[in-house]
Design a protein around this ligand. Structure first.
Ligand code: SF4
Length: 301
């Protein structure tokens, strides 16, 4: 028996094509800025600074070629949306006072009139014990979820810094007492790979969900850092003379992505002229998810 998949499938692709046509017709490819007039969207938190520059320029009306969205990308986004919708329906029963998809807004300085950034918080709940809790929900594929909670004895990686930063900005906007980054896995993991004290417990909810709590003093450090970074990027775009650096908060300070085809970064010591560190983001896949890569390659460092 030949176990190779049929190299020319017809049934699955026809079903997917029907689904994709509906997805596009529903306008899901285009998301509006949460609030008109904001310069920064909280869902851009943790992105590469250059990518934020392109997103902002595009939002302000500049037109340039972006990479086509593949069916597989739409499928991934749709799966996340379905889990999101299930969860939001559930939370309204479990926490009837919860605020869902509430709009969040921030100014750069307290009391300032100018709106700087905006977003949608996934959920806000009010607890007698913990006060105001801002929840940032992320759906994860099975592999990513295992890495988040610690795969086969390896140290847990926890949520992506972009999720913490986005959640921190939304939490800051509502003056929450806690930020909770809540992960829901698209697949359940085996009981044997759970961390203690859940290991081996087939009834543990951690087979599908994990949460990380950040008290205000902790999440505010992320929020303030991201707000300062976003302000600097917007300043560069407004000045119009230079490009924002190809850098992310996950790279060492001063490092730059030098090869977007390999997501390779380097850090140079400009006094000695020597490269001191190099690495690849997401095992070389980071820039693969950037719709502005062609533009980035064209405009260079
Ligand atoms: S391709 Fe990479 S370096 Fe360039 S804007 Fe996108 S994420 Fe940044």
């Amino acid at each position: 028996m030949n176990n190779e998949p049929n190299p020319h499938p017809v049934i699955g692709p026809a079903l997917l094509q029907f689904w994709e046509d509906k997805y596009i017709e529903g306008g899901h490819d285009h998301r509006e800025m949460s609030i008109k007039g904001a310069s920064f969207r909280h869902s851009w938190a943790g992105w590469c600074a250059r990518k934020i520059e392109y997103a902002l320029r595009e939002y302000r009306g500049e037109e340039f070629e972006t990479e086509a969205i593949a069916m597989a990308d739409r499928w991934r986004m749709e799966m996340g949306t379905i889990v999101h919708d299930y969860w939001q329906a559930a939370i309204q029963h479990v926490f009837p006072d919860a605020e869902i998809e509430h709009i969040t807004k921030l100014n750069l300085q307290e009391g300032a009139d100018d709106l700087f950034s905006a977003g949608h918080g996934d959920c806000l709940i009010h607890s007698e014990q913990f006060g105001k809790i801002a929840i940032e929900l992320k759906s994860r594929n099975g592999f990513g979820y295992k890495m988040d909670i610690g795969n086969k004895g390896s140290d847990p990686e926890g949520p992506a810094s972009s999720a913490i930063r986005q959640g921190a900005l939304n939490a800051m906007a509502v003056d929450a007492d806690h930020l909770v980054v809540l992960h829901l896995s698209l697949e359940s993991v085996s009981p044997g790979m759970l961390p203690q004290p859940h290991k081996g417990n087939k009834f543990s909810p951690m087979r599908m969900t994990a949460e990380w709590w950040y008290p205000k003093e902790e999440y505010m450090k992320f929020a303030e850092h991201e707000l300062a970074r976003a302000s600097a990027i917007v300043g560069i775009v407004n000045a119009g003379a230079n490009h924002a650096p190809r850098s992310t908060p996950d790279m060492p300070a001063g490092a730059r992505i030098v090869d977007p085809m390999k997501s390779k970064w380097e850090l140079w010591d400009h006094k000695t002229g020597l490269m001191t560190q190099t690495g690849q983001l997401w095992n070389g896949k980071f820039c693969d998810y950037c719709q502005y890569r062609d533009k980035c390659l064209e405009e260079g460092l």
